[in-house]
Design a protein around this ligand. Sequence first.
Ligand code: GLC
Length: 716
Amino acid sequence: MTLEEKISLVVGVGMLDRRDNPKGRVSGAAGETVEIERLKIPAASFADGPAGLRIHHDREGDTGKYHTTAFPVETMLASSWNRTMLRKVGEAMGREAREYGVDFLLAPAVNIHRNPLCGRNFEYYSEDPLLTAEMAAPFIEGVQSQGVGACIKHFVANEQETNRMTVDTVVSERALREIYLRPFEIAIRKAKPWTLMSSYNKLYGSYTSQSRWLLTEILREEWGFEGFVMTDWFAGDDAAKQIEAGNDLIMPGKSFQNSPQRKSECEEIRLAIESGDLDLDTLDERVKAILRILVRTPAFSGCEYSNSPDLEANAAISYEAGCEGVVLLKNESALPLSAGAPFVVFGTGQIETVRGGTGSGETHPAYTVSLLEGMEERGLAVDKEVAEFYRRKIEELRSADYSISYGVWNEEIRPRLPEDLFDEAALDELSNRNEAALVVISRISGEGRDRRLEEGDYYLTEDELKLIAGVSKAFRKRGKRVIGILNIGSPIEVESWAGLFDGILLLWQPGQEAGRILADVISGSVNPSGKLPTTFPRTYADVPSRSFPGEPADNPSVVSYDEGIYVGYRYYETFRVKPVFEFGFGLSYTDFEYSDPEIILEGEEVIISLIIKNTGSTAGKEVFQVYVKAPKGKIDKPRLELRGFGKTDLLQPGEEEKLTVRLSKEELASFDGYRWIVEQGEYEFLIGASSRDVRSTGKVRLRKTGGDLRWQIERK
Ligand code: GLC
């Protein structure tokens, strides 16, 4: 390869489908690598995102349709706690990427839910690094089993959207290692993603995309990462430093062609080579890293692609994944609804259902089944008059003062609609002719902007509260049930109004099959089995990441993760701050009995097993969790940490299943600021239905004998 060819390969072709840039091979893809015809190196195509392949669903001068499947958002997928499900979703997305000619899917995102107000939390799995990793790894395997590459992102400590391209994250190395790097480390070791995307932000003053410590020392020398690293789009401020640090590919490329501030990336790299600031060997390393992966892509093998993936089959997977991710938060004889009993649905979200978030994580499906459509399609006894009223009202409002505009991502900007649309007399009449009432609360957020601590976002609006209070009063007066349906991407305040509901169903943002998922759960055809991957705090004041989104408040340049490792339940449980719904919590329509807990040692491993039995009258699945309380040694520890989990198959009433979790010493290690250490002492293993609902415990001592750390179970 000539120097020119090498330099051209480490920089993308530029933003596609823009006036001064080439047409992408796949319209709507996020980027491409350059084609080098002389060497028969084809261009490779990159497209988002975590909830489904994001490409244009129509193309200029082409009557064809290029719809893709909208899957549940990552937080909902993680609520399934079902590794097999994540693999299936990965396979489906991988198939769609391949069939549409995309070589790399820019997913999964494994940043942490450090604060509920992060605008992209819907695109991230959890507040816990292990659950995040255990969802990401099978997803990556699923995608790559289809012959296309996954891209684990955004590496690292990118837990907010405010000033995301410049903010400097300051975090202890312990918290960085145990919380923020951990999902990447586990998923890379387990699933070997072909690519990784470095993040926008700085870490300790250097852009992550220009940090040799992160991209070479940790990622490659410590973890053995064998793929290639790409920047996030337009990240960083020095292309030569990015190449030097270990960032192989600069995306989208050609970002500064006409910029007075900077030369083009290629120019910067060339000048650095000529001046000796950048070694040619280093550039060769980057080129080799890219080529080693490119040769695996469908583009390289010249694969024909159909442009017609099996969207029906993938829709079924999207529906199945959604059903596994619904979380039943409250149920006082409210759900499932009695068959055939008439019920009424309030809330504009029944029609303007939110399938996912905005930004690069959005999707372009052929349809989205709204909550109302799904309930009607399934033949549920929804109050027709009220349904018609909402249809007409929304149409009227959207054509007048509440018209829709379009944002930078061409996403719909929908002014919030009034919700308090029924007076007392109307509610009284409706509570007379219906047996139950549902109230839908919807929220949307997206890339580029964090959520707001205000009504209509983290808090309910006055309108929403008035509607809920009115419906609750009218229906409870007649002894009838009221159920809240949360169509949201990240926690909102619930404590102040949860008491007005007899049931609360967390539907998250379920993708295109939304209405069918809801209909089948409220009718009882599907028994909800999801559990929370993230805490619902009682009040925002309880949230430990008080520095979010950084200082100075009006225009943050630095964000300091002062809470350290005490993120989410690690904080709430250690400092006894009771949440309204805890990490790992979720109800079922049936009951499960946990029995026969056993802890045995097998060499270096601790094997925890138990039996879960369905003691209720409805088939269902149960997620159990294993937390560990480590001994207070040289360094402080959270009161408990998730160290394993599992999910039963669908258990019929009376059926039981034995489940096992195997733990090595290394999986119980803490980072002491310099290295991972496993401290001697007594480890308590907690088997729980959630982080606060512990069903059984067992203790094992780790003792240094003859220089080695050995497990010992002290017989009672
Ligand atoms: C965006 C996002 C990243 C996405 C990329 C390409 O800015 O941060 O997640 O994959 O650019 O669209």
